[in-house]
Ligand binder design. Structure first.
Ligand code: MD3
Ligand code: FE
Length: 212
């Protein structure tokens, strides 16, 4: 399995093409099943109530959401169905163990769905209590231009392409780096094509530990 630490970003490990095409297909089918049980919803910026362009859902004991009045938070039930989130697929739990070697399982798996016009503004992930635990991200479908910066908003940043099947592990100093998705690229790495790209979306799975 190929992996490199991204130059200039200690603790950021990129695994290009980590999932084979067949594993991407199987994972896509599992995520479609999760979306059937826990429909995609929109989160809203705290205070302004501006809707985010990304649609999302979650699996695992906890799920991330945000709305105008209560802001960013982890909750144990879907905001619309009020049902508990579906379980994290066992293959994702195995990938977490393999790539993070963290002694505790992830508590939240955020599923972000990007249409061609969706993006994610530069931000830090700091809604978790356990900020020492790594974060694992898996990308499926369309490529994106991903931006990674430093621990302060105005630190210099660089952009990278994340493709279908890529894994990213953020640990140590990289866990606190600003990051975002500048734009979706309507292209798919030829041998890494996911059936999701046929739907014209990029999908990102982010596995996190929330509590210590
Ligand atoms: C670098 N998601 O959900 S995943 C998010 O592609 C989020 O959907 C993006 O940022 C997406 O919060 C990026 C890769 C990622 C995730 C967490 C990070 C990169 C990160 C935390 C610190 C530094
Ligand atoms: Fe993030």
């Amino acid at each position: 399995m190929y992996c490199h630490e991204i130059p200039g970003f200690p603790g950021a490990f990129h695994y290009p093409g980590f999932l084979t095409q067949s594993a991407q297909h199987d994972m896509s089918v599992q995520i479609i099943k999760i979306i059937q049980q826990a429909p995609l919803f929109v989160s809203y910026m705290p205070r302004t109530g501006v809707p985010m362009s990304v649609r999302m859902t979650n699996c695992g004991p906890l799920g991330w959401m945000s709305d105008k009045t209560l802001g960013y938070r982890y909750v144990s039930a879907h905001p619309e169905t009020l049902r508990p989130w579906p379980a994290i697929p066992s293959h994702l739990l195995e990938i977490w163990d393999e790539l993070t070697r963290y002694p505790k399982p992830p508590e939240a798996c955020l599923v972000n769905v990007y249409n061609l016009d969706a993006k994610m503004a530069l931000h830090q992930d700091r809604d978790e209590i356990d900020l020492a635990a790594p974060i694992l991200s898996l990308s499926l479908g369309y490529d994106c231009r991903f931006r990674l910066g430093g621990q302060k908003r105005n630190d210099p940043s660089e952009t990278f392409v994340l493709s279908s099947g890529d894994a990213l592990v953020l640990k140590g100093p990289a866990r606190r780096c600003f990051h975002g998705v500048d734009r979706i690229l309507p292209t798919i790495g030829s041998e890494l094509a996911s059936p999701l790209a046929d739907f014209g979306v990029r999908l990102n799975l982010t596995l996190r530990r929330v509590n210590e």
